[in-house]
Design a protein around this ligand. Structure first.
Ligand SMILES: [Zn+2]
Length: 243
């Protein structure tokens, strides 16, 4: 369609995308878990890029303390569910993307119904327990899980591909949740959420140079990126459970 061509022209002219790549994007189904700081960035860019179907879940309502970083939500949205607030903005941004948002909690008994037939999970959560649930589901279904985490001026990201790379548990087993309010400056989830959107777009396009087996750190105070190699843990209970 002519309108679509115009909307996506600046990405269609990229050789790695082209009209064929744009068609792949329009047929893709992506799940974004969480509509906070990370989800605000990734969902916004995935919608702008013309990913055909986006399903998003968040159990919370918009609060004043969210607004320094969760840029999908505005002052007028305080008290509204993040699901409804996000849907409103994303529909306005790109009406040709099918947006489904749910105010719900991701648990072992809800994850399957929520993720549905999406073929990529973008982790935009703020807690380990939900990430563990999503990780197990990613392995069970063999779908990529794009992890992101942020705190203060720092962020990190890696892409877990079931059967190919370590999983979340391989890297973060034994880590416990610290029950305290974490400080965070808004642009950091903006950076990491944007990187997650790039990874999702590359997976959809079939571009292989992903963050596989590499954990990328961003430190805003030093304005530096560094990465470490990550490997499968041979004793990982989640990976072993899959065999
Ligand atoms: Zn594992």
């Amino acid at each position: 369609m002519k309108d679509d061509y115009t909307r996506y022209k600046r990405q269609i002219i990229i050789p790695e995308i082209g009209e064929e790549g744009q068609k792949k994007l329009s047929e893709a189904k992506v799940f974004v878990a969480g509509l906070g700081g990370l989800g605000s960035a990734s969902a916004y860019y995935l919608t702008a890029a013309g990913v055909g179907y986006l399903k998003m879940v968040d159990r919370d309502i918009v609060e004043m303390t969210n607004l320094n970083r969760q840029i999908l939500h505005r002052t007028e949205d305080i008290g509204m569910s993040k699901a409804d607030s996000a849907k409103k903005k994303l529909n306005a941004l790109n009406p040709s993307v099918q947006i489904e948002t749910y105010r719900d909690e991701i648990r072992d008994d809800t994850v399957e119904g929520l993720v549905g037939d999406c073929s990529i999970i973008v982790d935009a959560m703020d807690n380990l327990n939900t990430r563990r649930i999503l990780n197990r589901y990613s392995l069970k279904k063999g779908i990529p899980f794009i992890y992101g985490g942020v705190e203060k001026f720092n962020g990190m990201i890696t892409t877990f591909i079931p059967g190919e790379t370590p999983c979340f548990e391989c890297i973060f087993s034994g880590i416990k949740e610290i029950e305290e309010v974490k400080g965070i400056i808004g642009p950091v989830p903006g950076v990491i959420g944007s990187l997650q959107a790039i990874e999702a777009i590359k997976i959809i396009l079939g571009l292989d140079r992903l963050l596989k087996g590499r954990l990328l750190f961003f430190t805003g105070l030093d304005m530096a990126f560094k990465e470490i190699k990550i490997e499968k843990n041979p004793h990982c209970v989640v990976c072993l459970g899959r065999q």
